[in-house]
Design a protein around this ligand. Structure first.
Ligand SMILES: [Cu+2]
Length: 346
């Protein structure tokens, strides 16, 4: 039986132009937004590890765009050139074309093979053990903050990872509870931190600056509030920072802060927090020995200042849903003296 076809009108290209132009503008606008607007960008690499990843990305994008344009050109040409005209008879029905089938099987194999050729060495080199002499930094994920340890110096800190420029560091990734993922785009690709398995990232930062990042593995209620900051410093600045961190906590002389120091030991804080040089040796929360030297608190979601410390202490789960630090029901006076003490811990 002769089949009846209805004539399908192909929308005119001209009609689609405004929509296409708007899309192109949108893509351009996203691509052109500055680093200041989007500091958490992978297009601002600051380490060898970040560079190899970005180079691969660029290569694959370029290959992809070439192939995409070729395919679209052939597709559009064919659709227009061979489109059905009104009252055309049904075209000849064929069962395949060996040459074309061989081509579109081998073509993708060659493309994927090329990607593999460039990608595999990068995977192997970045997964290989760190070169000898790299400085170990322990990176431990906790719900919902990152802990950074410098084992050779005996330093433990939180939220901000300090790195010396031009020196290879070996990040030793672990988790204290669930699976987290360490990611500072400027430093390079993300990698998971497991409770029962150690992962590594080694890299050499190539310029100084501060770069934000965040946990990339859904790890609980406040996964989105688990951020971190990389501070890349000159070797001298880094050494000065490390030396300052090695000192035990200062004993406050100001009477308000001194009262806070006492309260810290008796109000339950010491069960979860360590302050070197005091009886507080808790390991649940961040080490607070030099908390005042950090620019951010609570998984880097709050700037470290008196009003924010007060807000945090008065209701942690209110600020960070699911926070392991509970609301301890501190009264105004307790908040005053504790904030004074914490601010003295330079
Ligand atoms: Cu996390």
């Amino acid at each position: 039986m002769r089949q009846r076809w209805h004539f399908v009108r192909i929308p005119r290209v001209r009609q689609a132009l405004p929509a296409l132009a708007a899309m192109a503008l949108l893509v351009l606008a996203t691509a052109c937004s500055s680093e200041a607007q989007n500091p958490q960008t992978a297009f601002n690499p600051r380490s060898d590890y970040a560079n190899v990843g970005l180079d691969l990305f660029k290569l694959i994008i370029v290959l992809g765009v070439i192939i995409g344009v070729l395919v679209e050109v052939v597709l559009v040409y064919t659709a227009v050139r061979y489109r059905r005209k009104a009252r055309d008879p049904l075209p000849p029905q064929i069962h395949g074309n060996t040459i074309i089938e061989v081509l579109w099987t081998t073509g993708p194999v060659i493309v994927v093979g090329a990607i593999l050729f460039y990608t595999l060495p990068v995977i192997f080199s970045t997964q290989a053990p760190a070169p000898a002499g790299a400085m170990n930094i322990d990176v431990t994920g906790h719900q919902f903050w990152w802990e950074f340890g410098y084992p050779d110096a005996g330093v433990l800190t939180a939220n901000e990872i300090h790195l010396p420029v031009g020196q290879t560091v070996n990040l030793v990734l672990q988790s204290d509870d669930v699976i987290h993922s360490f990611w500072v785009p400027a430093l390079g690709g993300k990698r998971d931190a497991f409770p029962s398995h150690t992962n590594y990232i080694w890299l050499k930062a190539d310029s100084v600056g501060e770069f934000p990042g965040q946990c990339y593995q859904l790890c609980g209620y406040s996964h989105g509030n688990m951020r971190e900051k990389a501070i890349i410093q000159s070797p001298a600045d880094f050494q000065a920072w490390l030396t300052a961190q090695q000192a035990p906590a200062v004993t406050p002389t100001d009477p308000t802060a001194a009262e806070g120091a006492q309260l810290f030991q008796t109000r339950g804080c010491s069960a979860c927090h360590t302050i070197n040089g005091t009886p507080a040796e808790g390991k649940v929360g961040p080490n607070l020995t030099h908390v005042a030297s950090r620019s951010v608190i609570a998984g880097s979601i709050l700037d470290n200042n008196a009003p924010n410390l007060r807000r945090w202490l008065s209701d942690p789960p209110g600020i960070k849903p699911g926070s392991i630090m509970p609301n301890l029901g501190l009264n105004d006076h307790e908040l005053d003296v504790l904030v004074a003490y914490l601010q003295s811990l330079q």
